[in-house]
Design a protein around this ligand. Structure first.
Ligand code: 3HC
Ligand code: NAI
Length: 706
């Protein structure tokens, strides 16, 4: 359906004996106050017009209704509230029918649940994703959904936040009918006419019998409660969702609504909700890099990958999954066979988990080719290099790409740290060279740093963002520096953790404190997972350029010298029993740490978990501020998206810069100045942080200003 930019957000039109109500509030028909008012007015009008025998609600544009307007959260409420609107729809004395296309999410689905009949067309996405924003369905969804589809299915929808399609919704009883075509208006009108001709009565979800089997409902709630307690990891709203479904089972409908409202308001007012909405909006803001506005992306219909190791294979899978033909280049036949085997292994893993069929794998691999000759890349629109992290090797690869690739091909490097300006300067077409920094495993991790060297042309940057969308990645624009945004910050907060370890905290306490902050793993668990040898090689490479006055903790080197690289060698900071991914603390490691403290002349002292977190976060935030100050990241929100999507930062804390605002920048700066007294080389307050504190501003103010 097309939308008209100046139309009222809700339009009513009599179509014979039907009142057609169209929600038209671009971009996604969110339920802002004007839409809420319009919907109530439409129902009142339907009751008032004798000629109208039923109401059909549809959405204009690409969606039915995407939910409450998240921009209103945290602002004073405006009447009518969404629960009022839903109740008014449900109370309507004439049948109300909804016809759903695109998104019917959150409050959008709650409107549909309050209506009397529901139709969806192919391509519809139905869901109650409030939990992903730190909320629960707050417009009757927790009371109506279980009554309509039973406690178990409703809990699954609300706790996962997943979207389901029209056919699944039909099977579940969430909709009554799936349209024959995807023309939602025609389907809706036909269905409404049929209901009218059958004299279909008003049918209210509040009276539906999905909870009639109280034993089954109670059992589903008990299972969900136990599961949620285990999995919700600090999140508030999941358990409240379970409580609300329990209220649906045990309380009269009106009391259940009141119970839900109170829980919804608690969630709405929580910092978790603010952080998760920030995360949602930031993920959309990062897509809008300046070049995406000023330039048109180049077409990408085929891709090449150079290097078939860990990253090359993962990148190839990501490209294949996006539907592109992919050519992989390796040094020799044996390496190419290994590269192919890597790709195979990823798909076989998915088959083993039941997430891919053999047939689907064969179809993907039909688009995959390998070669040891660069000439095979002559027609590729984009080539991504993922060879060893060595400038000379990369420059040689780019010289080959310069030789064989067609004019206009985008030439990308997946380097983690190297100077992309230097890579670009070595060839005749620096305007085509860009960084596409994927994270391991590249076919899984959402983050893609788009690293923008000085001489790249704007349309190449726009192409990178376009490619990210095809790959379903979250792209963040980054400038060239050692480690770009994420790895540069990682180096600093890991160093802070090493300092804490040398001063007296055990790696196990540090990991625990960081996990309790909401990270899935602590820094030493991550090192053991990725392999301690990777960082060791980097440290050795940089030894000659390291500031001799800078503090250097040697504990990780002592472990690597013993061949303790982590999980793959069964020992690292932890010990790993055969086949176990979880490690156990190792007294020998603790003895090595003790010896190192002694060698460094440090008398160990005790740290509380809170002290650990304060130092760790101060280091992360301070470097984040430097990254913004130097324009490596465009805004604080770009840093937040990077850390949340690539480094395990808990989304419900909104990323380090959002988190900094919640603890208060003056307190943070005071901490850093305190740490600076002991180690002034490491702890230099970022000029941006100092400036913001002086001006009494926050990182959020920079997000708004830029
Ligand atoms: N409120 C306000 N703006 C919204 C919005 C919402 N609920 N959902 C999306 N938008 C905005 C986005 O911020 C973006 O704005 P921008 O153009 O300024 O960046 C624009 O709409 C387009 O969004 P997307 O880029 O995400 O567009 P897509 O086409 O990729 O996806 C979508 C569309 C599937 C609807 C996706 O936007 C989405 O998942 N939205 C959120 C849905 C949601 O969580 N709804 C529940 C809200 S909470 C609620 O309803 C509470 C209730 O229970 C009381
Ligand atoms: P790897 O060692 O697993 O794979 C490198 C591959 O490149 C090998 O298969 C090798 O045979 C091949 N190769 C080397 N020289 C070549 C040449 N001249 N032509 C063709 N192929 C050649 O390395 P990995 O981990 O995949 O890293 C690759 C790049 O990705 C590096 O720049 C690394 O810094 C970067 N990176 C690595 C991440 C990781 O977690 N491993 C994360 C993000 C980036």
């Amino acid at each position: 359906m097309t939308s008209t930019p100046d139309a009222a957000p809700v339009n009513c039109e009599l179509r014979g004996n039907l009142l057609l109500v169209t929600v038209d509030n671009p971009p996604v028909n969110a339920l802002g106050v004007e839409v809420r008012r319009g919907l109530v007015a439409a129902i009142e009008a339907a009751e008032a017009y004798a000629v109208a025998k039923a109401v059909l609600i549809v959405g204009a544009g690409r969606n039915f209704i995407a939910g409450a307007d998240i921009r209103e959260f945290g602002k004073p409420p405006q009447m009518p509230t969404l629960p009022d609107v839903c109740n008014r729809i449900e109370a309507c004395s004439k049948p109300v029918i909804v016809a759903i296309h695109g998104a019917a999410l959150g409050g959008g689905l709650e409107i549909a649940l309050a209506a009397h009949y529901r139709l969806a067309v192919a391509g519809a996405k139905l869901g109650l994703p409030e939990v992903l924003l730190g909320l629960l369905p707050g417009a009757g969804g927790t009371q109506r959904a279980p009554r309509l589809i039973g406690a178990e299915a409703a809990l699954s929808l609300m706790l996962s936040g997943k979207h389901i399609g029209a056919q699944d919704a039909l099977k579940m009883g969430l909709v009554d009918r799936v349209g024959q075509s995807d023309d939602v208006l025609t389907e809706g009108l036909t269905y409404a006419q049929q209901l009218l001709s059958e004299h279909a009565p008003v049918r209210r979800t509040r009276d539906a019998q999905g909870l009639a089997d109280t034993d089954a409902g109670a059992a589903a709630i008990a299972v969900a409660r136990a599961d949620t307690a285990k999995k919700s990891r600090g999140l508030l709203s999941p358990l409240k969702i379970v409580d609300c479904v329990n209220a649906a089972l045990t309380l009269p409908f009106e009391d259940g609504l009141r119970f839900e409202r109170a829980r919804f308001i608690e969630c709405l007012d929580s910092p978790q909700r603010a952080a998760l909405v920030h995360a949602f909006q930031a993920e959309r803001q990062v897509q809008k890099a300046p070049e995406t506005r000023s330039a048109q992306p180049r077409p990408i219909a085929s891709a090449g990958v150079v290097g078939g190791g860990t990253m090359g294979a993962g990148i190839a899978v990501a490209l294949l999954d996006a539907g592109l033909p992919v050519t992989m280049i390796e040094r020799d036949d044996a390496s190419l066979a290994r590269g192919r085997a890597h790709v195979d292994k990823v798909y076989d893993g998915l088959i083993a988990k039941g997430r891919l069929t053999h047939d689907a794998k064969a179809k993907k691999l039909a688009r995959f080719a390998g070669s040891t000759s660069y000439d095979a890349l002559a027609e590729a629109d984009v080539v991504i290099e993922a060879v060893f992290e060595d400038m000379a090797v990369k420059q040689a690869v780019f010289a080959e790409l310069d030789r064989v690739c067609k004019p206009g091909a985008v030439l990308a490097t997946n380097t983690s740290y190297l100077d992309i300006d230097a890579i670009a300067a070595g060839i005749a077409r620096p305007q085509d060279v860009i960084g596409l920094h994927f994270f391991s495993p590249a076919h899984v991790m959402k983050l893609l740093e788009v690293v923008v060297p000085a001489r790249v042309s704007a349309d190449v940057v726009a192409t990178a963002f376009d490619l990210a969308k095809k790959l379903r990645k979250v792209p963040v624009r980054a400038g060239v520096c050692d480690g770009f945004i994420g790895n540069r910050m990682l180096a600093v907060y890991r160093a802070a953790a090493d300092h804490l370890m040398e001063e007296g905290a055990s790696p196990y306490q540090i990991d625990k404190a960081v996990r309790e902050l909401g990270f899935p793993m602590g820094p030493y668990q991550v090192i053991d997972l990725a392999g301690g040898d990777i960082g060791w090689a980097t440290r050795k490479r940089r030894a000659s350029t390291r500031d001799p006055n800078a503090r250097y903790v040697q504990i990780p080197d002592r472990l690597c010298e013993r061949g303790w690289f982590g999980q793959k060698t069964s020992r690292g900071f932890y010990r790993y029993e055969a086949g176990q991914r979880a490690g156990t603390p190792d007294p020998e490691v603790e003895a090595i740490i003790d010896a190192e403290r002694e060698r460094a002349g440090i008398t160990p002292r005790a740290f509380s978990d809170e002290q650990i977190v304060r130092r760790y976060m101060a280091a992360m935030i301070n470097e984040g501020a430097n990254v913004i100050h130097e324009r490596i990241a465009l805004r604080p929100l770009d840093v937040d998206v990077t850390l949340m999507n690539g480094f395990g930062f808990p989304a419900w804390r909104g990323g380090p810069m959002h988190y900094a605002d919640t603890i208060g920048l003056p307190a943070l700066l005071a901490d850093i100045r305190e740490f600076e007294k002991r180690d002034p080389l490491f702890w230099k307050p970022s000029p941006l942080l100092v400036e913001l504190v002086e001006r009494g501003e926050t990182f959020a103010s920079l997000n708004r200003a830029m």
